[in-house]
Design a protein around this ligand. Structure first.
Ligand SMILES: [Zn+2]
Length: 197
C-alpha cells in the first residue's frame, strides 16, 4: 500500500485507510497533496495572514485547503503565534520545539511514561511520534531509551528485554514503516490514566 508524505487533514492517515468517520475518505490523494503544497508554497515565500494565503494559493480554496491549514497548525508545521500571521516553521525549529509532545494523548505518555499493561502501545506510539516529527532513527532510539529511564517506566517492570536499548531496537520496524501514533497513544493513555487514578 502506498504511503504519502502528507497526512490526511482529518484523520492523519498516510495511506488510503482512513478512520471510519473521516470526512475526506475517498478524496484522491493527489488533491490532498496539492492542498498542502499550495499552502506551503505560498508560506515558503514569507509569513502572511490567512486572507493573503487564501488569495495567493494557486488552487481554489475550499474545505480541503482549510482542513490542511488547520492540520499544519495543529501539527505545528505552521506557527500562528504572532497574532494571526502564518509562518512556516523551519525544519530545525520544528525538530527542536515540536519533538516534545505538548498535546494529548502524547503529552501524558511523554510526561508520565508507560505503565504495565500498555508498554507495547506506549513504546510504539513514542517511536511513531518521533518518526513523524522527523527525527532520525538514532535520535529516536536515544529519546525513547531516555524516556523509558527518566519517566520511571523501565523501573515499573513488565518488560521481557534486558535493557531499554534492546527493547527499542526490537521496535525499529515501527519507525521504518512510518505507522501512525494516534490509535496506540489513545489506548496507552487510557491505561496510564487508570494506573494514576
Ligand atoms: Zn482521513
Amino acid at each position: 500500500m502506498p504511503h504519502f508524505d502528507y497526512p490526511c487533514p482529518d484523520c492523519r492517515a498516510t495511506t488510503s485507510l482512513h478512520d471510519a468517520d473521516c470526512r475526506f475518505e475517498g478524496t484522491p490523494w493527489v488533491e490532498v497533496e496539492r492542498a498542502y503544497v499550495d499552502i506551503v508554497s505560498v508560506l515558503a515565500g514569507g509569513p502572511c495572514d490567512e486572507e493573503t494565503l487564501r488569495r495567493e494559493a494557486p488552487g481554489e480554496w475550499g474545505p480541503l485547503q482549510q482542513a490542511a491549514l488547520r492540520r499544519l497548525k495543529r501539527d505545528e508545521r505552521v506557527s500562528d503565534a504572532n497574532s494571526g500571521v502564518l509562518r512556516l516553521r523551519t525544519a530545525e525549529e520544528f525538530r527542536e520545539e515540536v519533538s516534545e509532545p505538548t498535546r494529548e494523548p502524547m503529552r501524558t505518555l511523554h510526561q508520565y511514561g508507560s505503565v504495565p499493561g500498555c508498554h507495547d502501545n506506549a513504546v510504539f506510539a513514542m517511536i511513531a511520534w518521533y518518526e513523524m516529527v522527523g527525527l532520525s532513527w538514532p535520535e529516536t532510539r536515544e529519546n525513547v531509551v531516555n524516556w523509558l529511564r527518566d519517566t520511571g517506566a523501565w523501573d515499573r517492570g513488565g518488560f521481557e528485554e534486558a535493557t531499554p536499548a534492546e527493547l527499542v531496537e526490537k521496535k525499529r520496524h515501527v519507525y521504518e514503516a512510518g505507522y501512525g501514533w494516534k490509535e496506540k497513544a489513545v489506548s496507552a493513555k487510557r491505561v496510564i490514566d487508570r494506573y494514576r487514578s
